[in-house]
Write a protein that binds this ligand. Structure first.
Ligand SMILES: [Zn+2]
Length: 144
């Protein structure tokens, strides 16, 4: 019997401010594209991030990876740098990116993926970022 592969999920939440604004565009264009999300002084969200790891269930431990380790990676790489910050100004790894949920998901992937890869037996499968209860994005990593 082959070892079954399972996805495990760790969820974290953080609160942050941001402003959707592309400095390469005119103020008028920014207002047209982003609407109220272009508000000059920003606005806030309670973000929810799901980090999904996939791999075989280790027959010795019964686990894909230790969820305590996964929680630690997510807190160190995502929550601590972003919680109660202005994402446009306070978070070095978001510098130069428009702080949409799409771009957050990609940036979070880049931070968490090396930590998971280091384990060697499982892989990061998905980053899901909820900006609100009804709007979320999924990133499955760079295309092979
Ligand atoms: Zn927003």
């Amino acid at each position: 019997m082959s070892t079954p592969e399972v996805e495990i999920v760790h969820r974290e939440e953080f609160a942050a401010a941001h402003r959707l604004h592309n400095p390469a565009l005119s103020d008028d264009e920014n207002r047209r594209i982003y609407g109220i999300c272009n508000n000059e002084r920003g606005h806030g969200h309670n973000y929810v991030v799901d980090v999904v790891v996939r791999g075989p269930v280790d027959p010795r431990t019964g686990m894909v990876m230790n969820l305590v380790d996964l929680a630690g990676f997510v807190r160190e790489e995502i929550v601590q740098p972003c919680d109660h910050k202005h994402l446009n100004h306070d978070v070095a790894f978001l510098e130069g990116r428009i702080t949409t949920a799409e771009n957050l998901a990609v940036a979070f992937w880049e931070r968490v993926e090396p930590r998971i890869a280091e384990i060697g037996t499982c892989r990061l499968h998905r980053i899901r970022v909820y900006e609100s209860r009804t709007n979320f994005v999924d990133y499955l990593g760079p295309r092979p």
